[in-house]
Design a binder for this molecule. Structure first.
Ligand code: 13P
Ligand code: 13P
Ligand code: MG
Ligand code: MG
Length: 370
């Protein structure tokens, strides 16, 4: 259990059914989630909550005093997603229960399909946070923006000029293949860090801490559905929570990390590279080739655990230029059709016909002399 004054922010999400196809969210699913979480708030399990969506992903943003990985909070999210799945089945939505990989809840929602990012801290005098939520991509998509926000002085002026963050940040990096993690500190180990972050399908930042005092600064969902299920079953469209201001990056420095629409894995059938386009929630309905991949940013001021907000940051005109560039890059990538690097390498694809085609052509592949 956390200390008395600590609060926990939990963002737990799942795709329990798309409308239409994988494009967006049916309002009935949001209603189901609202009803469940309101009951939990009335019973004092939650301090507050906000339900939203990014594309076809249902996002539960919750505050409470139960700490990280609380069985009660995870069970609550699980129950919401199960009820959402039932509603999606009734409505015959697409891929009802898509991310629900287990039949029953077993203590912790991690590993059961949904994505989960949580952080516990003592709320500061003023506690502005941003919740980033993405669709049609995978957790490694945040590596580049996280690096820029917390380690790149060309992005974040505070790293140079704010004494309270001049010491830098340390990064918890997960190796999803080996299921191991390493903590690396910037600026000292920046080049080592980039060896890993530059390979985002294998290495993903799960948390960022302020180096001077170890205070939690950011945390991302790093579940990879394909590894959980032993095969690809949908990109696990990730979420990221970032604390901002007064010793953390300013709101504008955190948002600036998304001003370059870098290439990420996901898009059509979870099997293509495409640019990550920052948009408002209303515009997070991936359409063109089921994309391009989207990210939304919701800002909240916490007030004793109340989520005051959201401010839907990326709807703002100053991101128009990024969106325009994203669409130019999307068009350029699309021209490659079924060719890499638009199509993902074979090992990363969510769908593949390779074994089938190879089996069909068995006997026609002639071994060449060494
Ligand atoms: P703080 O140091 O109070 O976070 O202010 C920085 C700022 O807002 C500049 O954009
Ligand atoms: P989601 O992972 O968002 O469900 O998208 C799957 C897909 O195949 C899109 O083309
Ligand atoms: Mg879907
Ligand atoms: Mg999705």
């Amino acid at each position: 259990m956390p200390k008395a004054r600590e609060i926990t922010v939990s963002v737990i999400k799942a795709d329990v059914g798309g409308y239409v196809g994988h494009a967006t969210m049916h309002p009935e699913l949001m209603n189901v989630a609202e009803r469940h979480l309101l009951t939990a708030k009335k019973s004092n399990l939650l301090l507050d909550f906000h339900v939203t969506h990014c594309g076809d992903d249902l996002e539960l943003i919750m505050t409470h005093r139960q700490g990280n990985e609380s069985e009660r909070i995870h069970k609550l999210a699980w129950d919401v997603f199960m009820a959402g799945t039932k509603k999606a089945q009734q409505l015959k939505l697409y891929g009802a229960g898509q991310d629900m990989l287990a039949d029953s809840f077993s203590g912790n929602i991690k590993g059961l399909g949904p994505g989960c990012a949580e952080m516990t801290f003592i709320e500061r005098k003023s506690e502005p946070i941003i919740v980033f939520m993405a669709d049609k991509t995978s957790p490694g998509a945040y590596n580049l923006p996280i690096f820029r926000i917390f380690a790149d002085p060309f992005n974040t002026a505070g790293l140079v000029i704010d004494p309270s963050m001049h010491g830098g940040f340390s990064f918890g990096v997960l190796d999803v293949l080996e299921n191991s993690e390493v903590r690396l500190t910037c600026p000292e180990e920046m080049y080592d860090l980039l060896v890993f972050l530059g390979a985002p399908s294998r290495y993903m930042v799960h948390s960022v801490y302020r180096k001077d005092d170890g205070e939690i600064a950011a945390t991302a969902s790093t579940q990879r559905l394909n590894l959980i299920a032993g095969r690809y079953v949908g990109k696990d469209d990730p979420v990221l929570i970032v604390r901002t201001q007064s010793g953390f990056p300013a709101v504008g420095e955190a948002l600036e990390g998304f001003a370059f629409p870098h290439l990420v894995e996901g898009w059509m059938r979870g099997s293509h590279h495409g640019p990550l386009m920052p948009v408002s929630c209303a515009d997070a309905n991936p359409t063109r080739f089921d994309g391009p991949p989207r990210v939304i940013a919701y800002g909240f001021q916490l007030n004793n655990g109340q989520l005051v907000g959201p401010v839907d940051f990326f709807g703002e005109p100053s991101f128009d230029y990024t969106r325009q560039r994203a669409m130019e890059v999307a068009e350029y990538m699309r021209r490659h059709g079924p060719f890499e690097p638009h199509r993902l390498p074979l090992s990363e694809m969510e769908y593949t016909t390779l074994p089938h085609v190879k089996a069909k052509l068995e006997g026609r592949f002639k071994k060449l002399p060494d």
